[in-house]
Design a protein around this ligand. Structure first.
Ligand code: PLP
Length: 234
């Protein structure tokens, strides 16, 4: 199916889910998880009106997005994969949103890079139009406490949020989670939403291809959709 048609169907499903729940947000971002997708499909998605894209690896994103960033300056790029501290500078140059802060060391590296840039436009290869300090930040929570998965464990989330805000002056916009494979996602979405609520965070990045309607009904403000949009190739 053409991507434009798929986007329309996905949006209709998001709208329908949000109409049927009092917890739902009325403006949910459809983020296209475009890791592993060729530039041609990404451009199709942009032409179909998708404004937000998620990439998992800094280097891949750099190679793939350098041209498209210039051609489509309204597009927002989100980092949805793990970030190593030595890639922070690159990540801040390229991404508008970093969704995967999960440890103090990483938050410190981001804060110090921002400080160093002094709010000025950092030199970068992509002509990214944003000064580095305009990136938005999410904390990733490992709601299932899976040892192999990134994210701060739920018990330590409040402390990490606090540390970012108070010690590092790093503004945190919201939370992100990837529920354990093969488990009902709803309890994980509920947990993420509770942590956000008690920390007065408004953004919730949760829900992927198989479960985004549940996430929307539970208050997601951003759903990250890969295979349901691009097919199962990646
Ligand atoms: C790939 C990816 C997605 C999209 O997954 P699908 O099941 O293909 O929709 C969402 N979030 C993250 C963090 C991803 O890496």
């Amino acid at each position: 199916m053409a991507i434009a048609m798929t986007v329309e169907i996905l949006r209709a499903r998001i709208d329908k889910a949000s109409e049927t729940s009092p917890l739902a947000e009325n403006k949910v971002i459809l983020l296209a998880a475009s890791k592993g997708q060729p530039a041609s499909l990404i451009i199709e998605a942009i032409e179909a009106g998708v404004t937000d894209f998620g990439e998992s690896r800094v280097q891949d994103a750099y190679d793939k997005w350098t041209e498209s960033r210039k051609a489509y300056p309204h597009v927002r790029l989100h980092l949805i994969g793990p970030l190593q501290t030595n890639k922070v500078k690159h990540a801040l140059e390229l991404f508008d949103v970093i969704q995967t802060i999960d440890r103090p060391k990483l938050a410190e590296a981001i804060a110090s890079e921002i400080k160093e840039a002094g709010g000025r436009e950092v030199e970068n290869k992509t002509n990214c139009r944003f000064p580095v300090f305009l990136s938005s930040f999410f904390i990733q929570v490992n709601t299932g406490k899976e040892p192999q998965k990134a994210g701060v464990i739920p018990e330590e989330a409040d402390a990490l949020i606090d540390y970012c805000r108070k010690q590092l002056q790093l503004p945190i916009a919201g939370l992100m989670c990837i529920p354990p494979h093969g488990q009902p996602p709803a309890p994980h979405f509920a947990l993420l939403s509770q942590i956000a609520l008690r920390n007065r965070l408004s953004e919730l990045s949760m829900g992927m291809s198989d479960e985004f309607e549940t996430a929307v009904r539970m208050g997601a403000t951003c759903v990250r959709i890969g295979s349901a949009l691009f097919g199962n190739s990646a």
